[in-house]
Design a protein around this ligand. Sequence first.
Ligand code: PKZ
Length: 268
Amino acid sequence: MLGQIARRRLGLLLLLHGQQRLSNGLNGVSFNQLLSKETHRHTQSSFNTSSPISTMSLWPFSFQPRDFSLPNSSWSPEMCKAYDHYNALCDTDTENGEEKKRAPWKKLPSYNRSIKYATGGIHLSKLIQAKARLFTRNVKEQGATFEYVVFVNKEEKSCVCVFQAGRLLEGAPGHVHGGAIATMIDTVTGSLAGYLSGPIMTANLNLDYRNPMPLGSVVLIHSALDRIEGRKTFITCKVTSTDESKLYTEATALFVSISVGHLFGSRN
Ligand SMILES: CCCCCCCCCCCCCCCC(=O)SCCNC(=O)CCNC(=O)[C@H](O)C(C)(C)COP(=O)(O)OP(=O)(O)OC[C@H]1O[C@@H](n2cnc3c(N)ncnc32)[C@H](O)[C@@H]1OP(=O)(O)O
């Protein structure tokens, strides 16, 4: 019954339209000292920030869900620096009614349920599997697992994710679990594919782990569109150190476009 209601409601949607510290982190330096003005502004408002992208609401009483990819106190200086670098390349919102800057880069918001990207998704997320959470956003303790932010380049059809790997992601002693790295690659390549092609699911993911990634590392996950063939979106991916001198992982991914019905068991 609930499924039927949800399915009917989904018909209304344009789905996917569009002061914890890490052990190697902020030794002896106050948090506020580390933040740029921009980072500080986001940190102060991270619980009520509204994001300019991606939800198109049909609901007069809608509000934007919390964006989890804004700076918080668990972010190391390296994470803040990389965030500031890409954030400075982004479109600036209107200020005093005037557009300040047009740039190819855009920061994607990151919600704790993918359904929240849909129009009316905030309300649907209360109806459908109410306790479900996006895998990468399901731990409350900041900095313990996945801290990341994705910036897309609309012109180049590529994106960069700045990722800080928390202590609960251990695989080999002191190093990040390969499954956690795969999760991030799936998330980043999937975000790009979804941004470019609409509703998709991962059909194939190939990974080559080239170097172990120490826990607490801040890395860049670079993804780019390879090609689109019909319903298939092919994405390439490289995970590197922030100065790009070290290669951690390489990947290719295939995403297949799906209809909303696919999520409820009907085939395309
Ligand atoms: C606006 C802002 C947006 C931002 C947005 C952010 C969103 C928030 C972020 C979260 C981002 C998380 C991203 C995680 C995403 C998951 O983790 S999804 C979960 C893991 N994946 C799954 O569970 C998928 C399970 N598999 C399936 O459901 C189905 O097999 C599939 C993949 C949908 C394909 O089934 P189908 O629709 O029946 O398609 P089918 O006809 O079999 O195949 C279509 C084509 O793909 C090819 N194909 C299918 N599978 C394969 C394969 N494994 N290998 C090679 N080719 C294949 C077929 O050969 C066929 O090719 P052509 O004949 O057309 O040339």
